[in-house]
Design a protein around this ligand. Structure first.
Ligand code: ZN
Ligand code: ZN
Length: 260
């Protein structure tokens, strides 16, 4: 079996039908998540796929510590602590940029109210260009311009290279992250800069296309519902901007699964 990619949350923390950012990949035996926005833990179950059994979740790789990218972690920890079908006994690995230990101690643990965590948690902080080696993949961190410590990740599988941005503005390291990859998961949060800083806009995407910086398949996530219209209307606007390049773009919905 190859590697499958499942979108758990493709939206934002805004009140739409799409959850905040989270995705997962699986080789059929082990599940790895990238970001874990609110609801991600239960989305794994909603997938209804043996390949994405939450009991096989080994690792969560975090791009940065904005709430929308980590808000599913308290439910995960609480759920695993009190899982009536059998408590987690395997370690959980959290990978993230500098600041992961502080986030874990000062933000996540207080939220859990001092209850002891009955399983091992391994924290791995990755600086720019450092790697985490998993059992069937490796993840190289690439610092991106969003907040002080924001990582995108370049995942290498047997025969496929996947880039995942998390949140970012258009920066040199983004071009480096995308170079030579087979597929990318890209935020395209905003139509225009200025709504919130540090996100990709329509103009940024046009520049990436003009520079031929994008791979053959691009999954777009984290679209903020700016302006009138529903998600489909925002996608239509983006497709018009993409022109001929639209054919290689996918705007996945929550719970969609793809083969890498
Ligand atoms: Zn952010
Ligand atoms: Zn975000």
């Amino acid at each position: 079996m190859g590697v499958q990619l499942a979108f758990l949350g493709t939206g934002t923390s805004n009140a739409t039908r799409k959850g905040p950012p989270a995705l997962a990949f699986s080789n059929g035996e082990e599940v790895v998540a990238v970001d874990f926005g609110g609801g991600a833990y239960h989305q794994l179950v909603r997938l209804g796929s043996d390949a994405f059994n939450y009991k096989n979740l080994s690792t969560i790789i975090i791009t940065h510590f904005h709430n929308d990218h980590v808000s599913g972690l308290p439910d995960l920890f609480w759920g695993e602590m009190f899982d009536v079908s059998g408590r987690r006994e395997t370690p959980l690995t959290l990978v993230g940029p500098h600041g992961l230990s502080n986030f874990y101690q000062d933000r996540l643990m207080p939220f859990l109210g001092g209850y002891p965590i009955p399983f091992e948690v391994r924290l791995v902080e990755l600086a720019n260009d450092e790697q985490h080696a998993g059992s069937f993949y490796s993840a190289r961190a690439v610092h991106l311009e969003h907040v002080e410590f924001s990582n995108g990740y370049r995942f290498s599988f047997d025969g496929a290279e996947l880039a995942v941005t998390g949140d970012t503005s258009l920066c040199d390291n983004l071009y480096g992250l995308l170079r030579g990859c087979d597929a990318a998961v890209l935020e395209w949060a905003l139509p225009a800069p200025g709504v919130f800083p540090g996100h990709l806009s329509n103009e940024d995407m046009a520049r990436l296309i003009a520079a031929d910086a994008l791979p053959g398949r691009v999954y777009v996530t984290h679209v903020y519902p700016v302006g009138a219209g529903d998600f489909e209307a925002h996608v239509d606007v983006r497709r018009r901007i993409l022109g001929d390049a639209a054919a290689r773009f996918v705007f996945p919905d929550d719970l969609q699964v793809f083969e890498l």
